[in-house]
Every structure is written in C-alpha cells, then in structure tokens.
Design a protein around this ligand. Structure first.
Ligand SMILES: [Zn+2]
Length: 191
C-alpha cells in the first residue's frame, strides 16, 4: 500500500533524526561511532566478506556471545564502509528491534530499501546538507558545477558520490517544493 509505505518512510526519517539528536550530532561528517554510543550491545567488526558488503549477526537465546555483531567489508573504501555500517544499523533498529509502530515489510527488496533510506538520512541528514549547500542552487544545465559540488560535499560528509548525488537530488526537490508553496502563499496573500 503506497500511503503505508510513505508513512513508514517518514517514520524512518524521524527515527534517524531522533538518533542524531540523541548523539548530539550537529556537523558533518556524522560519525558511525554513534552506533555504539546509542546501542552499546552492537560490536562493529571488519571482516573479509567476499561478495557481501556487510552483515548483521544477532545472537540466539542460547548463544554465549551476548553482543550483536555488525560486520563490514574491510576492503571497501571508507565511505562505503560507513554506509554499510549505517545500513546494517538500520536493519537492526527497523527489522530486529522493530522500533517503528508500523509492521516491517517482509519483501526483502523493501527491507533493503528501508535500510538504505535510513543509512543515507543518518549520514547525510538533509538539514545538515541544506546548511552546507546553502549558497548552491541546482542548475541542471551546469553539469560541471554540479559535479564539483557533489564531489566537495561527498568528501565533507565522508560518503560516496552516489550517496551524495541522491541526497542532493532530494534536497533540490524539497527546496523547489518549498519555494513553490511559498510563492503560492504569497500569491494568495496578494489577492
Ligand atoms: Zn541489507
């Protein structure tokens, strides 16, 4: 159901924001150390995982290892590692602890999309990106300027270029929507 999906997406964004506030994050880059600050039961470990980018191992009730183990691929670039950690953290909160009121999707593709959405909001919260990109406007014509900006911001937030491109796309979309509604209000007020 579409509206249910939207409600859940917004709840994921709110959850990520709450965690950022709890961890006192107010500047980029967001440290993945916040995972252990907020959830000390998680142990983050490097592992040569082969084709898998990352994984989450939740101990069973009979396990002697009390900790949740979050493995990331040690051969990946730092931005990819950070994204993988945030992604697995998302699975833990959304699909294991089930912190949201709504039912978690059973479709694996949807679960992956949720973890990605959580990770990208956690590492590139749009309110931080909005400040960082304050004087930059989106000009689809000027591809070079856009590339340069994305490159600079990706390194500032310590995320991959593809992650930053997605976040910038969302930011410009939101800005446009706000400008649109502000202009509409203005028109109405003038009537
Ligand atoms: Zn996943």
């Amino acid at each position: 159901m579409m509206s249910g999906t939207l409600t859940r997406t917004l709840a994921i964004v709110r959850l990520a924001d709450r965690l950022l506030r709890e961890a006192g994050v107010d500047a980029a880059p967001v440290s993945t150390g916040l995972v252990q600050t907020l959830h000390p039961e998680i142990e983050i470990l490097p592992a040569p995982l082969g084709p898998v980018a990352s994984s989450l191992v939740i101990p069973g009730p009979a396990s002697s290892i009390g900790k949740v183990r979050l493995f990331f691929h040690e051969r990946q670039s730092i931005p990819r590692q950070r994204f993988s950690i945030a992604h697995e953290y998302g699975h833990y909160l959304l699909h294991h602890l089930k912190l949201l009121d709504s039912e978690a999707p059973t479709d694996p593709a949807l679960r992956e999309a949720e973890a990605d959405r959580f990770a990208s909001w956690l590492l590139v919260p749009l309110w931080l990106l909005d400040q960082a990109a304050e004087n930059i406007s989106y000009n689809a014509e000027d591809k070079t300027a856009l590339e340069r900006m994305s490159y600079r911001l990706a390194s500032r937030f310590n995320v991959s270029r593809s992650c930053m491109n997605r976040a910038l796309f969302e930011l410009f979309h939101l800005r446009k929507a706000f400008e649109g509604s502000a202009a509409a209000k203005h028109r109405q007020a003038k009537r």
